[in-house]
Design a protein around this ligand. Sequence first.
Ligand code: C2E
Ligand code: MG
Ligand code: MG
Ligand code: MG
Length: 289
Amino acid sequence: HADAAMYAAKRLGRNNYQFFDPDMTSHEERRVTLERRLRHAIEHAALRLAYQPKVSVETGQVTGVEALLRWEDDELGAVRPDEIIPLAEETGLILPIGEWVLRTACRYAQAWREETGQPLAMAVNISAVQLNHRHFVATVKEVLETTGLAPASLELELTESALVLNPDLALETLTELRALGIALSIDDFGTGYSNLAQLRRFPIDRLKIDRAFMSHAVTDRQDAAIVRAVVALARSLDLQVVAEGVENEDQLSLIRQLHSDEYQGYLCSQALSGEALKAFMQEYAKRSP
Ligand code: C2E
Ligand code: MG
Ligand code: MG
Ligand code: MG
């Protein structure tokens, strides 16, 4: 048992020391089970996407959606992306998963366009591993061609850490993607060690303020100051701002005061299945003036 725990500690503690912890083996067990079930889910097409609306602060209209991974496993129940993605990155499974996400989201957006005659702006989260993979741009091009989706309908959400991992490669990749007409945003902005001088080099359209700040911005003056500073910074760099995790009217009026362009959050809607999104959009169109 001690050996197993040591082994688990070594595997888990690659970058930081982990001392003996009896829970460590159960962490490792969970990890092994997750990996086995995740491979099974990929093979059996058991992954799903849900779509969360993005809303214009000014008009209240839905401006597009973000695709979010969902997985309901027979053995494990619902597993959250915060657990799936890091494991997928460690095991390399993020490449097939990420490609599936991209293709499924693009196919959905194109089907939407064909059914309704209206474009649907689709944002897809891209892992650092995908962005730094040498075939990434080719994969994106192939998916757009195969699904028929206009590049202008696609937005890729990247994290600060994905860009700074290999800034020269990231710059080249982003420049190519931008040239195709794809929109680029920085996700979870404010949580990384953002070096502004570095960020400025990248052809970015949008910053998404992490929901950690929104959750306290109304009551916590420091969080409010961060949101204010991020919006001001974005303005000065000609970037659009999206506030994540807006759950109530107080938060909405705060970001309205701060002139954020768009928001996402439970105040409008959680992420919905493809079918539920269609019903939601019809209802929403009736509601809004
Ligand atoms: P994210 O890209 O920042 O996505 C926003 C997360 O906040 C989503 O969680 C969404 O459901 C949640 N959220 C939205 N509005 C609210 C709100 O008002 N209140 C609260 N409490 N939460 C809200 P989710 O779906 O669990 O995803 C978590 C993270 O996992 C994502 O954060 C993203 O980083 C990652 N992720 C999800 N799907 C994918 C994917 O397909 N590929 C990659 N690479 N990462 C993904
Ligand atoms: Mg995102
Ligand atoms: Mg985000
Ligand atoms: Mg986030």
